[in-house]
Write a protein that binds this ligand. Structure first.
Ligand code: PNS
Length: 171
């Protein structure tokens, strides 16, 4: 997204931020639904996730998302470092989108949303996760996969391919 070019006057450009390490079917569902609500959606991959060293490089995370969202015309992928509030302000985006899976998500996301609004003036729109995927997280997907479990249901095919390729190069 180059600023909010391409957004009609009065239109809405949304930023959907995350680590996406890896992208899950829950993330993809939120992206597809956000794309129906907003004129443009920018999936914003954080360069350095705060939790720990990512399994996938930034390039890999961006590539897997691009492949998975290729069928959705008004979605783009970019990355950011530093404060999300600064990034959304620099774009002139209207809204931040976040998925909510469970009540504990709400507790942490609420204060984050209020801080982001205080810093940038940009509000956060929460989309309830599809109940089919409310238990799916990138962390659990990686743990199940590393222990030999089948994660086919929980990640898009592009992600599964990358996970398999990574396993082959790291074993
Ligand atoms: O997929 P995740 O790991 O839940 O995504 C978390 C993310 C990237 C949205 C969050 O860590 C973030 O916004 N990081 C940027 C740093 C920042 O702005 N921190 C202050 C938040 S109020």
């Amino acid at each position: 997204m180059n600023g909010v070019n391409g957004v009609p006057p009065g239109g809405h450009a949304a930023v959907y931020p995350g680590s996406f390490d890896p992208l899950t079917v829950g993330h993809l569902d939120v992206i597809e639904r956000a794309a129906q609500i907003f004129d443009r959606v920018l999936v914003a991959v954080v360069v350095n996730p705060q939790k720990r060293e990512p399994l996938f490089t930034l390039d890999e995370r961006e590539m897997m998302i691009r492949e998975a969202i290729a069928h959705v015309p008004n979605v783009e992928v970019a990355h950011f470092r530093g404060l999300l509030a600064d990034f959304v302000r620099s774009l002139g985006a209207n809204v931040i989108v976040k998925g909510l899976r469970v009540v504990s998500d709400f507790e942490s996301e609420m204060s984050t949303a209020l801080m982001n609004r205080s810093l940038s003036g940009v509000d956060t729109c929460f989309l309830p996760s599809d109940p089919r995927w409310s238990f799916v997280s990138s962390t659990l997907v990686k743990e199940v996969y590393n222990l030999g479990g089948d994660v086919t249901e929980y990640v898009p095919p592009s992600v599964l391919r990358l996970m398999r390729a990574k396993r082959q190069t790291t074993h």
